[in-house]
Design a protein around this ligand. Structure first.
Ligand code: SAM
Length: 251
């Protein structure tokens, strides 16, 4: 399997993949409650939702009185986020851009990056650019919450081939191979009467140890880890890795 390094450019389109399925949208309010508890923000605080996608978390944060900037590469998802905000009678500042090129400086009280929106680049320095951009954009003492796949879990529960049944009754074939530091995955959607649609993606696998090292390099100090939004501890049996970090005061 050979992957285009900029695979995200045509993966995140509603015609192929929609992160805001009804099930994911329904989970967002509870996830936001967890995030707010640990981000410790006051009403009016400025929050960056990095890789906000269709805005399912961003609108919930805005409903809680935060001043939310949603940042994403996908114009289609940003349009959906704007529609979602209008429907919920909230306002979002939405910016289209690449997460490796964040231009903010000492602006946000907190930042989030949710639902495995990190680790997409095959060169680690690109992931580091993202973390450095987050750190630069935070005010000193500002908090950052990252929610991604738990690399330890993925390594221990590796299936080279599996099938997932989709809510509409169609199927998705997942084929995974391990590359140095990450997984290369091919998703093929199979729907009766339609041509199969497939794409490849790459996600770098992070453990508590490797994300701690990366965050420290970027000027962020990890404070706490969880294995899910229920607040359960991070172990090699939890498929999520949620990390809370703070921007170093002198950074
Ligand atoms: C798995 S989705 C998650 C979206 C959202 N956080 C959620 O929970 O619904 C990943 C998001 O990352 C965005 N993304 C991918 N590559 C990006 C890049 N290089 N720069 C900015 N956004 C990117 C995609 O457009 C997509 O919205």
């Amino acid at each position: 399997m050979k992957i285009n390094h900029e695979w995200h450019r045509d993966f995140f389109k509603n015609s192929f993949y929609n992160p805001a399925s009804p099930a994911s949208v329904a989970k967002a309010p509870e996830e936001v409650r967890f995030l707010l508890k640990h981000l410790k923000l006051k009403k009016g605080a400025k929050l960056l939702d990095l890789c906000c996608g269709p805005g399912r978390h961003a609108v919930e944060f805005a409903k809680k009185g935060l001043s939310v900037t949603g940042y994403d590469f996908s114009g289609e998802y940003l349009q959906e986020a704007a529609r979602r905000a209008k429907k919920k009678k909230t306002a979002l500042r939405l910016i289209r851009g690449d997460m490796r090129r964040l231009k903010f400086k000492d602006e946000f009280d907190a930042a989030v990056n949710l639902f495995t929106s990190f680790g997409y680049f095959q060169k680690f320095p690109d992931d580091l650019k993202v973390l450095k951009g987050v750190a630069r954009g935070l005010k000193p003492g500002g908090r950052f919450m990252l929610d991604t796949m738990n690399g330890e879990f993925v390594r221990k529960n590796f299936h080279p081939r599996s099938w997932a049944k989709m809510p509409d009754g169609s199927y998705r074939l997942d084929e995974t191979i391990f590359k140095k530091d990450g997984v290369l995955v091919a998703w093929t959607f199979l729907k009766a009467g339609k041509k199969p649609a497939g794409r490849l993606f790459f996600v770098r696998l992070y453990s508590k140890k490797t994300i701690t090292a990366a965050m420290k390099k970027a000027g962020l100090t990890p404070l706490k880890f969880w294995g899910g939004f229920s607040g359960k501890p991070l172990t090699d049996k939890t498929n999520r890795l949620i990390a809370l970090a703070v921007k170093n005061k002198l950074h």
